[in-house]
Write a protein that binds this ligand. Structure first.
Ligand SMILES: [Fe+2]
Length: 238
């Protein structure tokens, strides 16, 4: 006897290629992203308003195209032991809908490191998963959406992203970027291409961030993730 999962269909009806409309829980999660980028505030920043618009317009077009969904092998990392606590915190705050939508697909997430060399201490405290992008699970060459999870008291080393504009939105937990401010759930940080950034998280609870990458398709397919060699002075841009 086998169990049918909530989104499974009878074996005789399983299509050769799954699309987004066959996988409602991936669709609802993307809908949470779309809503977040459509209705969240830009805080008066033209750059953030423009980024939000690019992300949501690209995402709307992707959803309308009913993209392919790839079945990836689920994988965990040591940090995913903190995921249930992140969901508990996430359900209490402004991004509760996003947190619950992610929880619905949590048994299908492929957690990874992305870097060839991950410092040993960081390997126990960090991991990310893709929701949409060139490697799936929802296929897109034009945008990457995912989540990054940090254990309490983590420093994510300085890095930047060539040609890619990145935003992080906190779902659960408190964090800081470049030693500036403390960001609560719902806060958005925009990192322009090449902009150096370093993240630290609160001491007691894990931190779960949603993120979006938008940029040229060839760069999204091969983002060349690496940490900055030396800890250069971080420019804050004003
Ligand atoms: Fe980043």
């Amino acid at each position: 006897m086998f169990e049918l999962r909530s989104e499974a269909v009878a074996p005789a009806e399983i299509p050769e290629t799954l699309t987004l409309r066959d996988c409602p829980n991936w669709g609802y999660l993307l809908q949470e992203f779309e809503t977040l980028y459509r209705f969240g505030s830009n805080g008066g920043s033209k750059a953030i308003r423009s980024h939000r618009r690019r992300v949501r317009d690209t995402l709307s077009a992707i959803i309308d195209s009913n993209p392919e969904v790839i079945t990836r092998v689920p994988d965990q990392k040591p940090v995913t032991a903190h995921l249930p606590r992140a969901f508990d915190l996430g359900a209490r705050n402004v991004l509760g809908g996003m947190s619950r939508a992610l929880e619905r697909v949590s048994d299908r997430l492929t957690w990874e490191y992305g870097y060839d060399k991950v410092p040993k201490a960081l390997a126990r405290k960090y991991g990310f998963c893709h929701i949409l992008g060139p490697q799936g699970p929802v296929k897109s060459e034009r945008l990457i959406l995912g989540f990054v999870l940090f254990a309490p008291n983590t420093t994510y080393p300085q890095h930047s992203h060539k040609d890619i504009e990145e935003s992080y939105i906190s779902v659960a937990g408190a964090w800081s970027e470049n030693e500036q401010a403390v960001y609560a759930p719902g806060s958005l940080i925009l990192n322009k291409p090449g902009q150096e950034h370093r993240i630290t998280t609160g001491q007691v609870d894990p931190c779960l961030l949603a993120w979006a990458w938008i940029g040229p398709g060839e760069r999204l397919a091969a983002p060349e993730m690496k940490f900055s060699k030396s800890r250069k002075r971080v420019e804050h841009g004003i």
